[in-house]
Design a protein around this ligand. Structure first.
Ligand SMILES: [Zn+2]
Length: 137
């Protein structure tokens, strides 16, 4: 602070004063704030870079974390699904159950059941024909 004291009149001026407020003499310790300014700037930019890097790292981590969460949730969901549908079932039994429900759905379809009836009738007719042929022999 003594550097801002006017050498001519002895008045202590503010740090940002270029010249003495009383006698207008240029205050000599000018290079000091000039030297400080780039240092302060570089420090500020360093802070900004550090902050940006920290923020980027935080973003990356939160993204990574959320991705992990999604993966964990998916695993959990699959695990719960397995528990629900295949509790105490082996893989083949589970497949059978699935195929069973599939055929159950197909059977409930009207057009398909009609088609199946037609096939059954054809089979009966063919069996009758075969029986008749066998009866001839
Ligand atoms: Zn002065």
């Amino acid at each position: 602070m003594s550097s801002n004291k006017c050498k001519k009149c002895g008045l202590t001026n503010f740090a940002y004063d270029d010249a003495c407020r009383r006698c207008d003499t240029l205050l000599l310790p000018k290079p000091k704030p000039k030297a400080k300014t780039p240092r302060r700037f570089s420090f500020g930019s360093l802070l900004i870079i550090a902050f940006a890097a920290g923020f980027a790292f935080y973003l990356y981590q939160s993204m990574q974390k959320s991705a992990d969460d999604v993966y964990a949730d998916e695993l959990k969901r699959i695990e719960e699904q397995k528990k629900d549908k295949t509790a105490g079932l082996s893989r083949s039994e589970y497949e059978k159950q699935r195929t069973g429900t599939y055929f159950e759905a197909v059977k409930s379809s009207n057009s398909l059941s009609a088609h199946n009836e037609h096939i059954a009738e054809t089979q009966k007719a063919m069996e009758a024909a075969t029986n008749a042929q066998q009866g001839k022999q």
